[in-house]
Design a protein around this ligand. Sequence first.
Ligand SMILES: NC(=O)c1ccc[n+]([C@@H]2O[C@H](COP(=O)([O-])OP(=O)(O)OC[C@H]3O[C@@H](n4cnc5c(N)ncnc54)[C@H](O)[C@@H]3O)[C@@H](O)[C@H]2O)c1
Length: 349
Amino acid sequence: MLAPLPSAKAMVPFVSVDNMMRLVHHLGVETVLAELTDAIEADFRRWESFDKTPRVASHSRDGVIELMPTSDGSVYSFKYVNGHPKNIADGLQTVTAFGLLAEVSTGYPVLITEMTILTALRTAATSAMAARHLAPKGARTMAMIGNGAQAEFQALAIKAVCGIDTVRLYDIDPRATAKTARNLAGYGLAIVSCSSAQEAIEGAEIITTCTADKQFATILTDNMIGAGVHINAIGGDCPGKTELHRDILKRSDVFVEYPPQTRIEGEIQQMAPDFPVVELWKVVNGEAPGRRDSQQITLFDSVGFAIEDFSALRYVRERLSGTEFYQNLDMIADPDDPRDLFGMLLRAK
Ligand SMILES: NC(=O)c1ccc[n+]([C@@H]2O[C@H](COP(=O)([O-])OP(=O)(O)OC[C@H]3O[C@@H](n4cnc5c(N)ncnc54)[C@H](O)[C@@H]3O)[C@@H](O)[C@H]2O)c1
């Protein structure tokens, strides 16, 4: 006898990598980045309504695997994400991810999705949100140092949200810069490929570092940074992994996501535990000043926080509705009598 087909309650919408790519193209990548920036900003405005905890990290010699949970009391989310800088040499991604959204009232999942592409989108959107509040007004040029998987997303988000027209690229591997220049052609940005970080930041009002190295690196030194710039430091996001010389931090106003996590993982791990920082959500909702003047150096010490993934998952769920960019997965056991789980198993014999 054939086992009964799963009921509707058993099904959870699942977005594969293929369907995520279709959804992004259907909406337009710059539209997604701009809408995601607004979605994250809306959740940063209600920061206090979320459960918050530093992510749970499992470190090894080769990298890190992390779980990132949060809830606003009605919806719960988590993301599984890794960071393995050595993976590139083996033809693997440095960062991969997937995640889940669930209803708090029943505990039932309502979405499961790939999040490797979604993480690149949400990380870029978060940088754009920070830059919208912190970058000098009328910024036109961005330097993009580290031209790996995240790079194009970062450039296009800052274009879509802040209106830059030029991106200056640098990577220690010229093939990465050539790849990024190729991919960004056709998006209306002037692209300048550079042969050093120093050359890349010339004339840039926004500097984004997004390199991967499992060590304390010094991508930017203090003497390279002039007054008035905004820096998005994306790549330093683990204990023992930073990108900026600490002297830059001393001259900057430093903005962070969630201090208990950033003090362990961000650029500020190089500083004393009471080094002053401003929480970005307070700038977003007007409780703390962002950029005060044209000479100030603003630094977003980005590590990636669970609320950004929550916003991204909710955004995808909303945008999926009415589309065909998902499959239903038979994820939840749904016996006719909730107590007869074993009976359901027997009937499937
Ligand atoms: N803050 C966040 O929310 C967030 C989110 C995603 C990824 N990340 C981090 O961002 C970093 C980049 O991620 P990715 O997926 O683009 O990695 P990737 O490995 O695809 O790219 C990293 C690039 O950095 C380049 N690089 C390494 N050292 C350099 C140096 N000294 N100068 C210039 N370029 C250098 C590499 O050649 C490579 O092209 C990783 O460390 C990752 O953990 C942060």
